[in-house]
Design a protein around this ligand. Structure first.
Ligand SMILES: O=P(O)(O)O[C@H]1[C@H](O)[C@@H](O)[C@H](O)[C@@H](O)[C@@H]1O
Ligand SMILES: [Mg+2]
Length: 280
């Protein structure tokens, strides 16, 4: 069965690269910025257009109605975010939209594929770096076709940890986010970082550049592809309370190993985030 979904996997890489080219081209001209859930939750015509290109290409290649789609911008326009047993593409056309608007050089296309609610493969194209990360269940993780694996660091005091502050500026949530970051920084760890895109952050864990990335408030489309890449690179995924990873829960810890993950989890001040699949 190793070859199952190979055609979908290969095509996802092709579509991610095409989407990345569109993003690079769009970045050279005027970017029209709009907002979604709040004034700092940005979206552009490029996000919407690239998602249409990705979904349109997939439908053309695999037929209308054969697969389901969860796309960030389709959901933002009211489509349901329900992961069924049917083959489903989970898509973030532009992960790092704020970076894209500002010209901060980390923007990724994230495309994952799930069947029976199980993630089969993930592709993350960091298009300004021209780094194509990909992974399929049981087949390893790659960056530009070179195998990647997580860091072997076991001591938290020798780690770099990534987190993001997200778009929610509610004072009590911001306080918890920065209190968590302060506690982790003062363990002490070597450093805290954030690329501004969850998908890229997960690929930094998978490639061993950092030891862990956690965030409360991300969405399934931000992390689905990165989850496969981290796992296939030898890393682990957990809920922020140490329980099992739950793609739709809007919270996640990805790490190189259990020791680092559990040490980070001890410091995380959890706050609620409505599930992606919460009834509308
Ligand atoms: O750029 P998008 O696709 O909106 O996703 C990012 C989100 O906007 C930020 O709030 C999060 O902190 C990032 O981790 C997401 O990648
Ligand atoms: Mg996005």
């Amino acid at each position: 069965m190793a070859q199952q979904w190979q055609r979908e996997y290969d095509f996802a890489v092709k579509v991610a690269r095409k989407a990345g080219e569109e993003i690079r081209k769009a970045g050279e001209s005027e970017i029209r910025v709009m907002t979604k859930s709040c004034t700092v939750d940005l979206v552009t015509k490029t996000d919407e257009r690239v998602e249409k290109i990705i979904i349109g290409s997939l439908k053309e290649e695999f037929g209308e109605g054969t697969h389901c789609f969860i796309g960030e911008e389709s959901v933002a326009k009211g489509e349901q975010c329900i992961l069924s047993d049917k083959p489903t593409w989970i898509i973030d056309p532009v992960d790092g939209t704020t970076n894209f608007v500002h010209g901060f050089p980390f923007v990724a296309v994230s495309i994952a594929f799930a069947v029976n609610k199980h993630l089969e493969f993930g592709v993350v194209y960091s298009c300004l770096e021209d780094k194509m990360y990909k992974a399929r269940n049981g087949m390893g993780a790659f960056c530009n076709d070179e195998p990647i694996q997580v860091s072997d660091v076991q001591e938290i005091k020798k780690s770099i940890i990534i987190s993001e502050h997200g778009v929610d500026r509610t004072p009590e949530k911001v306080k918890k986010i920065f209190s968590t970051m302060q506690k982790i920084l003062c363990i002490p760890v070597h450093g805290l970082r954030g690329s501004g895109t969850a998908a890229t952050n997960m690929c930094l864990v998978a490639s061993g550049a950092v030891e862990a990335f956690f965030e409360i408030g991300i969405h399934c489309w931000d992390i689905a592809a990165g989850a496969v890449i981290v796992k296939e690179a030898g890393g682990i995924l957990l809920d922020v309370d140490g329980g099992p990873f739950d793609l739709m829960s809007r919270r996640m810890v990805s790490a190189n190993n259990d020791i680092i993950a559990k040490r980070i989890i001890k410091e995380i001040e959890v706050f609620p985030a409505e599930r992606d699949d919460a009834p509308v």
